[in-house]
Ligand binder design. Sequence first.
Ligand code: FE2
Ligand code: FE2
Length: 327
Amino acid sequence: MSRLPPVTADAAVAPHGHARPEDNALPQKLSTAVREDNPPVPIRHMDFGFEKQPLRRYFYDDNAFASAFYMAFSSVIPQGERFFIHSVRHYREQIGDAELEARVTGFIGQEAMHGKEHDAVNEAYEKMGFPLGRIDRSVRDGLRLLAKRLSKPTQLAFTVALEHYTAIISEFMLTHPEVRAKFDPAVGNFIFWHMMEETEHKAVAFDVYEKCVGSYALRVGTMIPTTVVLIAALANLQLYLLKTDQKRPMGGRWRDTLRGFSAIYGPRGLFGSVAPKLLDYFRPGFHPNDHDTRALLEEFREKFFGEQGELNEQLKKTVIPQVRSAA
Ligand SMILES: [Fe+2]
Ligand SMILES: [Fe+2]
């Protein structure tokens, strides 16, 4: 049976031993594979210290409904990221392109760090009474079953489809400062760091798929069940979290639901806004870099990790995957 053991960021660079610790400086050109416009994918070791600070129960706009949505999203991340890592790692030895291999190392390291920090924030909210450990175990069991039943190309196609979702949701959030302003900074900074890195590595799983699998029919055919499962699972988990949280009086809960529903599911909310970019995925010849996010990435790299970077204190180490030179 396929297993999905925890993956650490250090494990991402171990197999080939071609990564080295660096300061925050990034080289001009790190890795480009299929196209020339791929940004670098550095592995940033972060520690947001969730166990050491008070967190707001309703961390998005003091809204129980919308906060439950983002918590549902966070609850599936640790196991989901491990599934992504394993589905890409299956193909690591077949890539045959040193630059793409380096980006895969960056992808694995970034996703491992996301899983670690989401585990930490989920644990903090579990202590406040949210059943996040229980959700994590169910997601783990569900994904183990998927890993056992689905072929490796299909697992990778699911990862590519979900990476497209995280890319377009991240782009929406990074380009809407009013959304960031509604988050309590302790949680918001963490979520936006994750969104920035999703944008950095958005083409990696796609490029591995194109190089090692390449079927257009499987890619687009997988997006439909992915969409159904993703939305149904998130909405279901959100309702479960709302049901188990009765701290807010009934009147406030209704008010939160009305406002929160339009922020997440309304035509100008999260899902309504990303719909056009979702459809782009079905175009033959589509590539994630068709949505040019390089300027956006520059802006957030500077904001978070520049000289006066808002997250320099949380950044412990940066590892830059190096491109192996041909022997
Ligand atoms: Fe991630
Ligand atoms: Fe990702």
